[in-house]
Design a protein around this ligand. Sequence first.
Ligand SMILES: [Fe+2]
Length: 200
Amino acid sequence: MERRTFIKMAGISAAAISSSGFTLIKTEEGFSTDCSTSTDMLGPFFREGAPERQIIPPFDGSDEVPLKVVGTIYGADCKSIISEAEIDIWHCDHQKVYDMDSAEFRCRAKLHSDEHGQYWFQTYVPPPYGGRPKHIHYLIHGDSRYDALVTQLYFRGDKRIKPNNWIKYPWDEKRILEVYTNEEGMAEVRLDLYLRKKTS
Ligand SMILES: [Fe+2]
């Protein structure tokens, strides 16, 4: 069930969100925490068949800022590591265009989490477009125990991120990421992702 629908049905208000960002879920046993990453729009620009790769080549290198994204895939119990998760990522190029037909699959990749649940990819910071903040799309399939997750990452400080605009709820805050400089001198963000267990 979609998290927002569940919370609405359970009568839990936004005030039930703890400072850690976890959501309190009322169960028959009482309240528990749930780390599951909030969902976001799939959008119209997903393409099947992206090449397996961790380094996405720049479009033409003109004004693109390299970016590394790292993270770990967990279950929504906040601790179970999910290895071999299949991760599709995609974003627009520096001209604000999604490549929908070229054989290069520009700004798209498919990758997998390793035996520790960790993943990384290297691309470059996409520009904002159409009034939307800068963002990178994710579609993640864990194993058969977990629901697929559709979500997006955003960048802390992006002025296009506004309350009740694109990032609507307190738990979405966990997907607005601080950019730091890594040991290679490259801009980097970390997005750990938490997949919800199938309920049926
Ligand atoms: Fe998009």
